[in-house]
Every structure is written in structure tokens, then in C-alpha cells.
Design a protein around this ligand. Structure first.
Ligand SMILES: [Zn+2]
Length: 111
């Protein structure tokens, strides 16, 4: 089973997961700090804070999606299906997996 264990991919994915968790924790910390702050009473400042929060929300959403993909990839290593294209079940190119270890599709079926 050593060939199916993907130790390099597992290490990369776990590092990515830790990085995403750190980024998410920092963003969520910043957001709650902003919400605790009293509005300055200036309309332009208030609009600026809202814009910042929307950007943070979008970033958190993106990071959360990435995190889910990374966790799913770790699950596939555990269940032995890692590195198989979700479309045709064929092997995903090693270079593609190295560049993007959470990928679920081979080059031919990449979106
Ligand atoms: Zn494919």
C-alpha cells in the first residue's frame, strides 16, 4: 500500500490546511475586531468599513472552499482514491498533483 499512501501529497496538504486555518483565524479575528469598533460617525468611513468586510467575507469564502477541497483530498488519501480523476477514474498526472495536490481531475477534464 506504500504506493497509494502519497506521503508527499499528504505532507503538502496538511501544510496547506494549517496555512488556511491560520489565514481564516486571522481574518475572523480581524473581522470581529472591526465589528467591535464603534463607527466613526462619518458616512464615508462607514462605507469603507462595509467594503472591507465584504472583501473579507469573499476571502473567507474562498479560503473555506480551499480548505474543504484540501480536507477532501486528505480523505481520498485515506480511502485510497487519491490521484484518480473524478470524471473518468483515470490517474491524474503526477506533475498536476504536485502543483495542486487537492485537484480532483486530470488535465483533460480540468474545468
Ligand atoms: Zn479525467
Amino acid at each position: 500500500m506504500a504506493d497509494n499512501d502519497h506521503p508527499a501529497a499528504r505532507t503538502a496538504l496538511q501544510a496547506r490546511l494549517a496555512d488556511l486555518d491560520a489565514q481564516l483565524a486571522r481574518l475572523r479575528g480581524e473581522m470581529s475586531a472591526e465589528r467591535d469598533r464603534q463607527p466613526a460617525g462619518d458616512v464615508e468611513d462607514a462605507a469603507l468599513v462595509i467594503t472591507d468586510e465584504n472583501t473579507d467575507d469573499a476571502l473567507i469564502s474562498t479560503l473555506s472552499d480551499d480548505r474543504a477541497a484540501v480536507e477532501a483530498a486528505l480523505g481520498r488519501i485515506d480511502d485510497g482514491s487519491y490521484g484518480q480523476c473524478e470524471v473518468d477514474g483515470g490517474p491524474i498526472e503526477p506533475a498536476r498533483l504536485a502543483a495542486r495536490p487537492q485537484t480532483t481531475r486530470c488535465v483533460a477534464h480540468a474545468a
